[in-house]
Design a protein around this ligand. Sequence first.
Ligand code: NAI
Length: 391
Amino acid sequence: MADINNIVVIGAGLMGHNVAQIALMAGYNVTIVDIKDEFINNGAAKIEEGLKKLEAKGTLGEGVKASDIMGRLKKTIDLASAVKDADLVIEAVIEKMDVKKEVFKTCDENAPENCILATNTSTMSITEIATATKREEKVIGMHFFNPPILMRLVEIIAGEKSSDEAMDIGVEVSNSLPCLKGKRFVPKVLKDRPGFIVNRLNAPVQIYLNWIFDQAAEKGIPWEQIDADAAGLMPMGPCELADYVGIDTMFHVGNYYTETLSPDFKPGKVITKMVEENKLGRKSPQGFFDWSAGRPKIDKSQKAGLFSVENSMAIMLNEGCRLLEEKVVTGFKVIDDSNMAGMNTPGPFSAGKNQYEKWSKILEELADKTGKDYFRPCELMKSGEFVKMRK
Ligand code: NAI
């Protein structure tokens, strides 16, 4: 067992406050750091609110009070002094490389020599963030899913220089953090590639969805009919889900993978126009649907015949095989398990190991039809060789 007692969480926003809460619940001494008193106070208030709810439900354990747990929380806007006794730092500041590097530099200059520095980045290179420090071997990715208290997955990502010891500590600490939905799943991500495991696996489905949205717009097919294609197969259809996640998020993610993986990820016409018109989905509250009166009622009586869940699974199987080809993970079971722990949906391999020939054909046809070569099946998928790589 690694000797980790003091954890510093930097950034008390959406992710940071929740990571701090589960670290407190696990018994660590936790310090939250942000740039303004208002932000750390807000973060601390949310942690307290969360703990009190759990206390009322009896989830904190017998005789354990929220106030006792809060007694182990410190808050400060002085990063340099906050990390003086830190054993592990978990950074969850805004997703900007220059800000992250500045934070890591300050941590490196002030934290004890053995302190592990972890980042919760979703899209940035761990290797690059580590260059801001003189302890690149002690820098790792520790990627939580939102909200960490409910999502079982934590991806532990190796930068080019991360040591095995730092990775093991990341895994051990993550496993010790409680999750209300069951046992944590904490895979090691062996290569620092865009999207890590779960975001990457799901990313190219967006290429398909963008194509469908643009087709529907061209042919005058109502959005409801696309969601009707998925009725009974997915909890939310593609249009409702895009609204729920945020059209701007979809747009930014598309641009990110355009730069890092393939130009085929470029956001389509429909999504681009919606962003320009500030139709960002649920939060705006207009997107494909109107959310002003809450979750939209969608007439799913007529299907468009455009979207197919099987095609999405084929696309994901191909991406999963690319993850194996790139040696991001060593076997497919970890990919499926990660998807279940991070997205609450099955990964593509359990069905795909018997379907890869049919699905490879589907993907070739889809590439021809859409002009998106990214859909073409990779060697590992076409050959079915991935089946031998279970673990
Ligand atoms: P957020 O905007 O809710 O919180 C970021 C916090 O960082 C803010 O409170 C901000 O004041 C603070 N901050 C900014 N600069 C700082 C500095 N120099 N020092 C200390 N604090 C600073 O953002 P959110 O959503 O919590 O994201 C944080 C990180 O987690 C990002 O890297 C994001 O990519 C990652 N992430 C986000 C997920 C999500 O679903 N929102 C999921 C997984 C990872």
